[in-house]
Design a protein around this ligand. Structure first.
Ligand code: 1CP
Length: 352
């Protein structure tokens, strides 16, 4: 039995799934819904499975990564799985010493800040991606008709961890490097685009039906800097998957001013955080892309009637777009009550 059999209402056989139709610009009968960070700490079954296993080791164990990917699909009946992994996995698979510190995020003891540091970055051996391909293939076999979204970090967001050595608020060292040493910047972002593009391509070749590029921290950039120093490398990363012909989503946080430029790297959908109403986002990106978002994660803790009114408002504003994929404006906070997420899915699927 595949997972799909337990969700017979999702799609008819042969019909593209609602998520894929929406990303391509069609409006399915109900709005598709999934959640960034739907796999992970909000789920007790995830916390149980992760006991005693390091985060990046879990990502590189195909059975474990696959099971963690499936957990939220089973529990919530969302319209897509998102592959359980992390944006720094291709960095680790290249042989760079990066680890994930609980409650903090990716950390490097030796940040990458000089021309010599960048020149020493090792190439990514395609064979190292074998556990990713295996995990995706296992997952797709279980998902049945429910699509799997593959993902990768955009070169800028990835570079910010390498340069800062860990999470940072405004990526100051990273942006300083961009302006102080353009040659090193180009070399660093080209390396990041190569490994992250290969990571995304491996997932799509193994069966993922869509891809999302996370430029989570692009919101720290001016439009001029984004356009001149960042967007060309995001385009380069996505060039690795264009021939695979799956729909692509591009997401960042605080990127209201960048949305049209993010569209222009060549994607089918842009993700919008909670700061900008979706109808205003549509005014900025025009009629030729789908929008994804933009429930405020803070409202997951509000009383249901407050959250419901917000959902209705987001769904209404999403009508301004050619198509809308409902999601949060950023990832599921770890202390979220997962029953609230299930209720959102039920509500959106019942809302014509
Ligand atoms: O022990 C744990 O459970 C660690 C928490 C965790 C998890 C569950 C991290 C560390 N990464 C992940 C998985 C993950 N990361 C997924 C798959 C799960 C899903 O979406 O269902 C995805 C898509 C990511 C992508 C990711 N990692 C991004 C982009 C998305 C976003 O949230 O903006 C970023 C910026 C990272 C870096 C990262 N990894 C982990 C953390 C806590 C962070 C963010 C740190 C920071 O704030 O800078």
């Amino acid at each position: 039995m595949t997972l799909h059999d337990s969700h017979p209402s999702v799609v008819q056989r042969n019909d593209p799934p609602a998520l894929i139709r929406a990303l391509r610009g069609d409006r399915p009968a109900t709005t598709p819904v999934w959640f960034m960070r739907q796999a992970g700490r909000s789920l007790p079954e995830y916390r149980e499975l992760r006991v005693g296993t390091d985060m990046l080791d879990a990502c590189l164990n195909p059975e474990l990564a696959s099971e963690i990917t499936l957990q939220p699909v089973r529990r919530h009946g969302v319209d897509a799985g998102i592959f359980f992994s992390d944006i720094v996995i291709p960095v680790r698979l290249s042989g760079v010493d990066v680890r994930i510190v609980a409650g903090r995020g990716p950390v490097l003891d030796d940040p990458v800040r000089t021309a010599a540091d960048v020149a020493a970055l090792p190439p990514l051996d395609p064979a190292a991606l074998a556990p990713i391909r295996e995990a995706v293939a296992l997952t797709v076999a279980q998902l049945g008709a429910t699509p799997l979204i593959g993902f990768a970090g955009a070169p800028y967001t990835l570079a910010s961890y390498l340069v800062e050595g860990g999470p940072s608020k405004e990526q100051l060292k990273t942006r300083a490097l961009m302006h102080s040493d353009p040659e090193t910047w180009t070399a660093l972002l080209t390396w990041c685009a190569g490994i992250t593009g290969a990571f995304l391509a491996a997932q799509i070749e193994a069966g993922a039906s869509a891809g999302q590029l996370f430029d989570s921290w692009a919101g720290s950039l001016s439009l001029a800097d984004y356009t001149a120093h960042v967007a060309p490398f995001s385009t380069l990363a996505l060039d690795a998957v264009r021939e695979l012909d799956v729909p692509l989503i591009h997401f960042g946080v605080g990127t209201g001013e960048l949305l049209a430029a993010m569209r222009d790297v060549g994607v089918d959908a842009v993700g919008v955080d909670w700061r900008l109403p979706l109808d205003e986002a549509v005014r900025r990106v025009g009629p030729d892309v789908t929008v994804q978002g933009n429930i405020d994660p803070a409202l997951l803790r509000a009383p249901w009637p407050v959250l419901e009114a917000h959902l209705v408002d987001v769904l209404r504003r999403g009508q301004a777009a050619r198509a809308h994929v409902l999601n949060l404006g950023h990832g599921v906070p770890p202390d979220t009550d997962p029953t609230v997420l299930t209720r959102i899915v039920e509500f959106v699927h019942a809302h014509a």
